[in-house]
Design a protein around this ligand. Structure first.
Ligand code: NDP
Ligand code: 8X3
Length: 249
């Protein structure tokens, strides 16, 4: 299989690249930080191809796909993993730019990548798109505002892909993890405040990037007649909040 992974320079994406290559597949490593994906490709050898790419730019996506060398163009699995949360401020305080960046990356970037890769899959009658959703797209929490909304978009877009693709041989999955440590997710969210980022995982046993990579690998290696529409994972230590009721007095 050839697996195209966006956001392969860190976290889940890097773990997915290692997992697929370890099992004998080839991985296209896409991200903005070239030095990171070049280093990972060096570690993984001939089975990995670094591809510098900004998913928020349609021109960047088109140029990167056009630059794929012969032998790397038939993408079997697209993993739309690139994404981010910015900030935990309430809706009336968070900078609008943070919302715009999340929408541009998690929604616009994901649909642009999908639209670019999908036609060849449909023409071949096989392929799989795995989109990284989140529990934040299923349950609201304070400060989750637009991040959670982008992940709800990811889930509904994935299910609507299924509606369009039924019978085409192309599969689509929304992979929605909960609390997951050992990635840069919280460092990005807290904009480099590593102490605040570390606090998120204090006293917990969170999911790991390998848990997510193994799940993606399992989904991709199911028989072709099986489609996982949506899958949600949480660490055992995570649960659900009660309704918040603000009482008077
Ligand atoms: P990381 O911050 O560790 O990795 C994010 C990756 O996305 C990086 O490789 C980054 O690469 C890439 N990326 C960000 N913006 C762009 C862009 N414009 N173009 C291309 N690549 C981009 O996060 P995780 O691995 O933890 O998260 C991966 C995905 O999983 C995200 O979609 C996230 O929302 C989701 N998720 C994470 C959870 C968690 O708790 N960690 C839980 C649920 C879902 P670069 O900066 O080099 O471009
Ligand atoms: C990341 C999980 O709970 O931080 O998508 O929103 S959470």
């Amino acid at each position: 299989m050839i697996v195209f992974i966006t956001g392969a320079s860190a976290g889940f994406g890097a773990a997915m690249a290692r997992t697929f290559v370890r099992h004998g597949h080839r991985a296209i490593l896409a991200a903005r930080r070239s030095e990171r994906i070049v280093a990972l490709a060096r570690e993984l050898g001939d089975a990995a191809l670094p591809l510098t790419l900004d998913v928020t730019s349609r021109a960047s996506i088109e140029a990167a796909l056009a630059a794929l060398p012969e032998g790397w163009r038939e993408i079997d699995v697209l993993i739309n993993n690139a994404g981010l949360a910015l900030n935990t401020l309430p809706a009336h305080e968070v900078p609008l730019e943070d919302w715009e960046t999340m929408i541009a990356t998690n929604c616009q970037g994901l649909v642009s990548m999908t639209r670019a890769v999908l036609p060849a899959m449909v023409a071949r009658g096989s392929g799989l798109v795995i989109n990284l959703g989140s529990v934040a797209g299923h349950y609201p929490y304070p400060g989750g505002n637009v991040y959670g909304a982008t992940k709800a978009f990811v889930e509904q877009f994935t299910l609507n892909l299924r509606a369009d693709l039924a019978g085409s041989g192309v599969r689509a999955t929304n992979l929605a993890p909960g609390l997951c440590g050992g990635t840069e997710f919280s460092n990005v969210r807290f904009k480099g405040d590593d102490a605040a980022a570390a606090k998120v995982y204090e006293g917990t046993v969170p999911l790991t990037a390998d848990d997510i990579a193994n799940t993606a690998y399992w989904i991709a290696t199911l028989p072709p007649h099986v489609n996982v529409n949506s899958i949600e994972l949480m660490p055992t230590c995570q649960g659900f909040s009660p309704f918040a009721i603000k009482r008077q007095g």
